[in-house]
Design a protein around this ligand. Structure first.
Ligand code: 6OG
Length: 171
Protein backbone atom coordinates (compact mmCIF):
# COMPACT_ATOMS: atom_id res chain seq x y z
CA UNK A 1 0.00 0.00 0.00
CA UNK A 2 1.06 3.58 -0.50
CA UNK A 3 -1.46 5.33 1.71
CA UNK A 4 -3.59 4.45 4.71
CA UNK A 5 -7.23 5.40 4.26
CA UNK A 6 -8.81 3.75 7.24
CA UNK A 7 -8.31 3.62 10.98
CA UNK A 8 -9.79 0.81 13.06
CA UNK A 9 -10.32 1.35 16.75
CA UNK A 10 -9.57 -1.18 19.46
CA UNK A 11 -9.31 -1.19 23.23
CA UNK A 12 -7.03 -2.92 25.71
CA UNK A 13 -7.63 -2.89 29.48
CA UNK A 14 -5.45 -3.82 32.43
CA UNK A 15 -6.13 -4.24 36.15
CA UNK A 16 -3.07 -3.16 38.11
CA UNK A 17 -2.98 -3.61 41.87
CA UNK A 18 -0.32 -3.44 44.55
CA UNK A 19 2.19 -6.11 43.55
CA UNK A 20 0.29 -7.63 40.63
CA UNK A 21 -1.20 -7.15 37.15
CA UNK A 22 -4.03 -9.08 35.51
CA UNK A 23 -3.34 -10.31 31.98
CA UNK A 24 -5.38 -12.56 29.73
CA UNK A 25 -4.12 -15.50 27.71
CA UNK A 26 -5.79 -15.27 24.28
CA UNK A 27 -7.40 -18.58 23.40
CA UNK A 28 -8.69 -17.75 19.90
CA UNK A 29 -8.58 -15.24 17.05
CA UNK A 30 -6.09 -12.45 16.58
CA UNK A 31 -3.18 -12.69 19.00
CA UNK A 32 -3.83 -16.37 19.77
CA UNK A 33 -1.40 -17.78 22.32
CA UNK A 34 -0.33 -14.34 23.61
CA UNK A 35 -0.85 -12.59 26.92
CA UNK A 36 -2.46 -9.16 26.65
CA UNK A 37 -4.89 -6.85 28.34
CA UNK A 38 -8.59 -7.47 27.73
CA UNK A 39 -10.11 -5.74 24.74
CA UNK A 40 -11.30 -5.77 21.17
CA UNK A 41 -12.90 -3.70 18.48
CA UNK A 42 -14.90 -0.57 19.22
CA UNK A 43 -18.41 -1.16 17.84
CA UNK A 44 -20.24 1.43 15.69
CA UNK A 45 -21.98 3.99 17.89
CA UNK A 46 -19.84 3.12 20.90
CA UNK A 47 -17.13 5.26 22.46
CA UNK A 48 -13.75 3.61 23.10
CA UNK A 49 -14.36 3.97 26.86
CA UNK A 50 -17.68 2.13 26.56
CA UNK A 51 -16.08 -0.57 24.44
CA UNK A 52 -13.27 -1.02 26.97
CA UNK A 53 -15.76 -1.62 29.81
CA UNK A 54 -17.85 -3.99 27.67
CA UNK A 55 -14.85 -6.02 26.48
CA UNK A 56 -13.47 -6.36 30.01
CA UNK A 57 -16.84 -7.72 31.12
CA UNK A 58 -17.15 -10.07 28.14
CA UNK A 59 -13.62 -11.43 28.26
CA UNK A 60 -12.84 -11.52 32.00
CA UNK A 61 -16.25 -11.26 33.67
CA UNK A 62 -15.38 -8.18 35.74
CA UNK A 63 -16.29 -4.48 35.88
CA UNK A 64 -13.84 -1.70 36.58
CA UNK A 65 -13.66 2.13 36.65
CA UNK A 66 -11.30 2.21 33.67
CA UNK A 67 -9.23 5.28 32.98
CA UNK A 68 -7.56 6.13 29.70
CA UNK A 69 -3.82 5.60 30.11
CA UNK A 70 -2.26 5.35 26.66
CA UNK A 71 -2.67 5.32 22.91
CA UNK A 72 -0.99 2.87 20.54
CA UNK A 73 -0.79 3.06 16.76
CA UNK A 74 0.24 0.00 14.78
CA UNK A 75 0.97 -0.32 11.10
CA UNK A 76 1.21 -3.80 9.61
CA UNK A 77 2.49 -3.80 6.07
CA UNK A 78 0.17 -6.69 5.21
CA UNK A 79 -2.94 -4.88 6.50
CA UNK A 80 -4.40 -1.80 4.74
CA UNK A 81 -5.66 -0.01 7.84
CA UNK A 82 -4.17 1.63 10.91
CA UNK A 83 -4.73 -0.03 14.27
CA UNK A 84 -5.58 2.62 16.87
CA UNK A 85 -5.65 1.10 20.34
CA UNK A 86 -6.81 3.00 23.41
CA UNK A 87 -5.26 1.50 26.53
CA UNK A 88 -7.17 1.68 29.81
CA UNK A 89 -6.32 0.71 33.35
CA UNK A 90 -7.92 0.51 36.78
CA UNK A 91 -6.80 -0.27 40.32
CA UNK A 92 -10.11 -1.69 41.48
CA UNK A 93 -12.64 -4.02 39.98
CA UNK A 94 -15.82 -5.83 40.96
CA UNK A 95 -16.57 -9.46 40.29
CA UNK A 96 -14.27 -12.43 40.06
CA UNK A 97 -12.03 -12.85 36.97
CA UNK A 98 -13.27 -15.89 35.07
CA UNK A 99 -12.02 -17.85 32.10
CA UNK A 100 -14.11 -17.20 28.99
CA UNK A 101 -14.11 -18.67 25.48
CA UNK A 102 -11.69 -15.93 24.44
CA UNK A 103 -9.38 -15.33 27.40
CA UNK A 104 -7.93 -17.03 30.45
CA UNK A 105 -7.17 -14.43 33.16
CA UNK A 106 -3.93 -14.79 35.09
CA UNK A 107 -2.24 -12.60 37.73
CA UNK A 108 1.45 -11.78 37.33
CA UNK A 109 3.57 -10.55 40.21
CA UNK A 110 5.13 -7.09 40.13
CA UNK A 111 8.21 -6.01 42.04
CA UNK A 112 7.72 -3.58 44.90
CA UNK A 113 9.88 -0.81 43.40
CA UNK A 114 7.96 -0.33 40.18
CA UNK A 115 8.72 3.39 40.07
CA UNK A 116 12.39 2.61 39.59
CA UNK A 117 11.88 -0.04 36.88
CA UNK A 118 13.66 1.21 33.77
CA UNK A 119 14.79 -1.99 32.10
CA UNK A 120 13.14 -5.21 30.98
CA UNK A 121 15.12 -7.05 33.62
CA UNK A 122 13.51 -4.89 36.33
CA UNK A 123 10.15 -6.53 35.60
CA UNK A 124 11.17 -10.20 35.44
CA UNK A 125 7.68 -11.66 35.88
CA UNK A 126 6.13 -9.94 32.86
CA UNK A 127 5.89 -12.66 30.14
CA UNK A 128 7.27 -10.54 27.30
CA UNK A 129 8.21 -13.62 25.23
CA UNK A 130 4.52 -14.51 24.97
CA UNK A 131 3.25 -10.96 24.41
CA UNK A 132 3.08 -8.73 21.34
CA UNK A 133 6.55 -7.43 20.51
CA UNK A 134 5.51 -3.81 21.09
CA UNK A 135 4.49 -4.34 24.72
CA UNK A 136 8.04 -4.14 26.01
CA UNK A 137 8.22 -0.49 24.89
CA UNK A 138 5.22 0.77 26.85
CA UNK A 139 4.56 -1.72 29.68
CA UNK A 140 6.62 0.15 32.24
CA UNK A 141 4.80 3.41 31.45
CA UNK A 142 1.51 1.61 32.03
CA UNK A 143 2.70 0.08 35.29
CA UNK A 144 4.07 3.38 36.54
CA UNK A 145 0.89 5.25 35.62
CA UNK A 146 2.67 7.50 33.12
CA UNK A 147 0.47 8.50 30.14
CA UNK A 148 1.97 7.27 26.89
CA UNK A 149 1.54 7.35 23.15
CA UNK A 150 3.51 5.38 20.60
CA UNK A 151 3.70 3.79 17.21
CA UNK A 152 5.10 0.48 15.98
CA UNK A 153 5.45 -0.71 12.39
CA UNK A 154 5.43 -4.48 11.98
CA UNK A 155 7.17 -6.19 9.11
CA UNK A 156 5.49 -8.60 6.73
CA UNK A 157 4.74 -12.00 8.23
CA UNK A 158 6.28 -10.84 11.47
CA UNK A 159 3.03 -11.21 13.37
CA UNK A 160 2.63 -14.95 13.39
CA UNK A 161 4.97 -17.47 14.88
CA UNK A 162 8.36 -16.73 16.27
CA UNK A 163 9.65 -13.24 17.00
CA UNK A 164 7.20 -10.66 15.71
CA UNK A 165 9.43 -8.14 14.02
CA UNK A 166 9.13 -4.41 14.51
CA UNK A 167 10.97 -2.43 11.87
CA UNK A 168 10.32 1.05 13.31
CA UNK A 169 8.92 2.39 16.55
CA UNK A 170 8.72 5.44 18.79
CA UNK A 171 7.34 5.97 22.26
P1 6OG B 1 -10.05 -8.83 18.84
O1 6OG B 1 -10.02 -8.27 17.44
O2 6OG B 1 -9.50 -10.22 18.94
O3 6OG B 1 -9.09 -7.90 19.70
N1 6OG B 1 -3.98 -5.86 19.64
C1 6OG B 1 -2.68 -5.64 19.96
N2 6OG B 1 -2.11 -5.47 21.15
C2 6OG B 1 -0.78 -5.27 21.15
N3 6OG B 1 -0.18 -5.09 22.34
N4 6OG B 1 -0.01 -5.24 20.04
C3 6OG B 1 -0.56 -5.42 18.83
O4 6OG B 1 0.28 -5.40 17.78
C4 6OG B 1 -1.96 -5.63 18.74
N5 6OG B 1 -2.86 -5.83 17.73
C5 6OG B 1 -4.07 -5.97 18.30
C6 6OG B 1 -6.21 -5.03 20.44
C7 6OG B 1 -7.73 -7.74 19.44
C8 6OG B 1 -7.05 -7.24 20.68
O5 6OG B 1 -5.63 -7.28 20.47
C9 6OG B 1 -5.07 -5.97 20.62
C10 6OG B 1 -7.36 -5.80 21.05
O6 6OG B 1 -7.33 -5.66 22.47
C11 6OG B 1 -0.07 -5.58 16.47
O7 6OG B 1 -11.38 -8.69 19.51
Amino acid sequence: WTSIAETRQYTNAFIIQEGKILLGYKKRGFGLGKYNGFGGKVDPGETPAEAAVRELQEEAGISAPLEHTGTLVFLLDTVPWTFHIDVYSAREFTGEPIETDEMRPEWFALPSDIAGAAFVSDLPQIPYETMWADDVYWMRHLLQGIPFVGRCDFEKDGLEGEGSKIVRWWF
